[in-house]
Unconditional design. Structure first.
Length: 115
C-alpha cells in the first residue's frame, strides 16, 4: 500500500470518528420533547397522553370559558386559564399523573411518563 493510500485511509478513519462523536453530541444535546393537550368543550384532548421523561407538556384552553389543570396529588396546579391561555409543566419523574379541572371536576385527564 502506498503512502498516499495509507494517509487517505487514516484520514477517512479520523473523519468517521469525528462524525460519530458529533452525531452523539447532537443527539445528546437535543432539547426535551414538547407535547400539547387541548382544552375544549369541557374535555382534555387527548384524555390520556404518554410522554418520555423530560417532556414539557402544555395545556391550551381552546374553550370559551375558564378551566384549570390540577394534579390529584398536588404536583402541579394551574391558575384559571381563559380562552387561548396556556399552562406548561415539565415531567422529570416517570409515573402516572392524574389531573382534573378544578372548576369542572368531571373533566379528567392522565399523563403517563416513561423513563
Amino acid at each position: 500500500m502506498s503512502l498516499l493510500q495509507q494517509s487517505l485511509r487514516a484520514f477517512a478513519a479520523g473523519v468517521a470518528v469525528c462524525c460519530a462523536v458529533y452525531a452523539f453530541h447532537a443527539v445528546a444535546a437535543a432539547p426535551p420533547p414538547e407535547s400539547k393537550v387541548a382544552i375544549d368543550n369541557f374535555t382534555f384532548t387527548p384524555e390520556t397522553i404518554t410522554v418520555p421523561k423530560g417532556t414539557k407538556l402544555e395545556w391550551v384552553n381552546d374553550d370559551d370559558i375558564p378551566h384549570t389543570v390540577v394534579e390529584t396529588q398536588g404536583k402541579f396546579n394551574s391558575p384559571a386559564l381563559d380562552t387561548d391561555d396556556k399552562y406548561a409543566f415539565t415531567f422529570d419523574v416517570p409515573g402516572t399523573y392524574e389531573y382534573f379541572c378544578g372548576l369542572h371536576p368531571h373533566m379528567k385527564g392522565k399523563v403517563v411518563v416513561t423513563p
